[in-house]
Design a protein around this ligand. Structure first.
Ligand code: IPE
Ligand code: IPE
Ligand code: MG
Length: 237
């Protein structure tokens, strides 16, 4: 099956800047170029879904100045990049607990998520104040509420139904999860949705990541045999 969904943990901005003796926020700014390059590359390669981890539910613990700068950069990118993304065929969607953001940012995210390109080429999900555990608990809460109001019966709960309550809804599962920046962990990003994803960890820091690195990883992904529990002989029969 072809590559339907890529998810990326965009890590390493701070170290990239520190190596250049610049403030960490300089790295975040540099990272926005990689975001643009990767989106463009996905459109070009015909990957229909891309989910980017931009800000975790734990990232509020960072110094206030850094958090503020990240919020500024986020707002600025939404304003600046949205028209071009639309012209490239990109639809933007935001996942996470958005209620913690300023009303200005919440309004902007809402406004941007209402815009549709003339021809949809890429569904881009931006994870902000997102946590994989939050997503699952939130789905369970919504489900419990629907049972309480008799919208559904607990007997009808299965994986597919539960999946629909998660923030990526009925989008295809993640095929390929990439983490830049050298750490080998998930950091509470998508949990349920990566159940059978191929995992790629690269030491490249996010601001140094671009179309070439993505294309190399996709080539490697295409060499992997995804068996989903079967034997190699069955897959190749
Ligand atoms: C990822 O880069 C960006 C965010 C988490 C917002 P980091 O800021 O975590 O960079 P490092 O890991 O400190 O280098
Ligand atoms: C994960 O990176 C979050 C994002 C990339 C947005 P972190 O840098 O926050 O992860 P930890 O803290 O090293 O696990
Ligand atoms: Mg980090």
């Amino acid at each position: 099956m072809s590559l339907q969904h890529i998810a990326i943990i965009m890590d390493g901005n701070g170290r990239w800047a520190t190596r250049r003796k610049r403030p960490r926020t300089f790295g975040h700014q540099a990272g926005t170029k990689s975001v643009k390059a990767v989106i463009k590359a996905c459109v070009k390669q015909g990957v229909p879904n891309l989910t980017l981890f931009a800000f975790s539910s734990e990232n509020w613990l960072r110094p206030e100045k850094e958090v503020n700068r990240l919020m500024e950069l986020f707002m600025r990118s939404l304003n600046k990049e949205t028209p071009e993304l639309l012209s490239q065929g990109v639809k933007q969607n935001f996942i996470g607990d958005l209620s913690r953001f300023s009303s200005k940012l919440q309004n902007k995210m809402h406004e941007v998520s209402q815009l549709n390109p003339a021809e949809l080429k890429l569904q881009l999900n931006i994870a902000v104040n997102y946590g994989g555990k939050w997503d699952i608990v939130n789905a369970a809460k919504k489900l419990a509420n629907d049972i309480k109001h008799e919208v559904l019966n607990s007997e009808s709960i299965d994986e597919s139904l539960f999946n629909g309550y998660l923030s990526l809804g009925q989008l295809p599962a993640v095929d390929l999860l990439i983490r830049t920046g050298g750490e080998h962990r998930i950091s509470n990003f998508l949990l349920w949705q990566i159940a059978y994803a191929e995992l790629f960890f690269t030491d490249v820091l996010w601001p140094d990541f671009g179309a070439q690195q993505l294309s190399d990883i996709i080539d490697e992904f295409n060499q992997r045999e995804r068996r989903f529990g079967k034997t190699s002989e069955q897959i190749n029969a």
